[in-house]
Design a protein around this ligand. Structure first.
Ligand SMILES: Cc1ncc(COP(=O)(O)O)c(C=O)c1O
Length: 435
């Protein structure tokens, strides 16, 4: 970092403080992780200088022979990782990957059916302030308010809703849903109503790659993801098709009249449809991260993420917390704090004072506004990367409980912050900034 330190001390100082925050604090935001140094080195490389519109071997710029190598390796590794026919590694982010899905399968005004945003769905699944809700008509399915399926999706209700709505597309995937999805059941419903099926596996991609959660690829027309959450790569997006073939929307090549494959349609939705030049340094970093995820150790990591998450959910239940759906199948749990007399917003703030980072989150059937919320979302991917195990997470739940039951007690917060620093000191992160 010596060049940066000398050339731009203000930015260097912000960076240094952020690294200290990451190092000393307890990162429990479910969508975050810590990339390896090789991934970071690829991202901070001169590949950022290169324009490479198009695809490997078919670029609109000269001098692409070496970035082509990086992109081809990223494609090849992603295909092996998810056992699929086709990928596009160029989306700049999860939201960009999702934009390419809508652009390919929907026309403005078309109706789609997705998971209610207040029940765990994502902004790009039809929020009125996002392009997906502005350009398209979003209808929703949700989780059960009570009964044996409380907090879970009832597939009979999804089917009823799909038969009523007759959507052009059904979306699966969430930002705050702690259970797995029944992709075969979703596909049967999609086929029955003549809809396309899209899975946004942004949160669980790493656990799907590790083959410890259900695999959407054999069932969905298209799958999108981010690469930076459980997949532990650079901040970016990715599109995948399990089995490629001729599109059923009647799209043909203009000169020959040949029916185009699905992959060709999605490729052109990414570029030139909604992006310009790909970020070749980030694509190289994706290649590195996919290579890491192909190593046997990554499956162990994924198993540990889930085991830690289940341990944490159980420990919260034991302490009288309401965990939505009663537990978790994945890397996160959603805690309804209404019986604890503290809002999500206040919990986020007071935990932050103890250097525990979580995010406030709407819970299903929330009575508070999205700015306040009744819940917090807690995830294990980042701290599992640092090496924490089940006993550490049990200990952490005790510390969180102490803060949430004494939110105005400065001494408790100070003591918990000290205990957190002791934990994080045992699992050091990056020291290169100050080295
Ligand atoms: C399910 C889901 N899809 C898409 C995204 C958007 O990803 P990005 O922030 O990279 O645009 C997120 C991010 O949190 C997400 O949770």
């Amino acid at each position: 970092m010596s060049y940066l330190k000398q050339a731009d001390p203000v930015i260097y100082s912000a960076l240094e403080k952020e690294v200290t925050r990451q190092n000393e604090g307890l990162e429990l935001i479910a969508s975050e992780n810590f990339v390896s140094r090789p991934v970071m080195q690829a991202m901070g490389s001169p590949l950022t200088n290169k324009y490479a519109e198009g695809l490997p071997g078919k670029r609109y710029y000269g001098g692409c022979q070496f970035v082509d190598i990086a992109e081809e390796i990223a494609q090849d590794r992603a295909k092996r990782l998810f056992n699929c026919d086709w990928v596009n590694v160029q989306p700049h982010s999860g939201a960009s990957a999702n934009a390419a899905v809508y652009l390919t399968l929907m026309k403005p005004g078309d109706v789609f059916l997705g998971l209610n945003l207040a029940h765990g769905g994502h902004l790009t699944h039809g929020s009125p302030v996002n392009f997906s809700g502005i350009l398209y008509k979003a209808e929703y399915y949700g989780v059960e308010p009570d009964g044996p399926m409380v907090g879970r999706i009832d597939m009979n209700k999804v089917r009823d809703q799909a038969l009523k709505i007759r959507p052009r597309m059904i979306s699966i995937g969430a930002s705050a849903y702690s259970r797995d999805f029944d992709y075969a059941a979703f596909r049967a419903i999609a086929d029955e109503v003549g809809a396309f099926l899209w899975m946004d596996m942004a949160h669980t991609a790493g656990l799907i790659a590790a083959k410890i959660m259900n695999d959407p690829l054999p069932h969905c027309h298209i799958v999108s993801t981010t690469t930076h959450k459980t997949l532990r790569g650079p901040r970016a997006g990715l599109l995948l098709i399990g089995k490629d073939g001729e599109n059923t929307m009647g799209k043909v090549a203009p000169k020959s009249g040949r029916t185009k494959n699905w992959s060709e349609l999605f490729d052109s939705s990414v570029f030139p449809g909604m992006q310009g030049g790909p970020l070749m340094h980030v694509i190289a970093a994706k290649a590195v991260a996919f290579g890491e995820a192909l190593e046997p150790g990554f499956t162990e990591y994924g198993k540990q993420v889930i085991s830690n998450s289940k341990t944490m959910a159980d420990a919260f239940v034991e302490r009288g917390y309401q965990v939505v759906s009663g537990g978790t199948d994945n890397h996160l749990c959603l805690i309804d704090l209404r019986n604890k007399g503290i809002t999500g917003k206040d919990a986020e703030i007071v935990l932050g004072e103890a250097d525990i980072t979580v995010n406030k989150n709407m819970v299903p059937y929330d009575t508070e506004s999205p700015f306040v919320t009744s819940g917090i979302r807690i995830g294990t991917p980042a701290m599992t990367t640092r090496g924490l195990k089940e006993d550490d997470f049990k200990h952490i739940v005790g510390l969180i409980d102490r803060v949430l039951t004494h939110p105005t007690d400065g001494t408790t917060i100070k003591e918990v912050r000290g205990a957190i620093h002791e934990i994080t000191a045992r699992f050091p992160l990056y020291d290169f900034v100050t080295a």
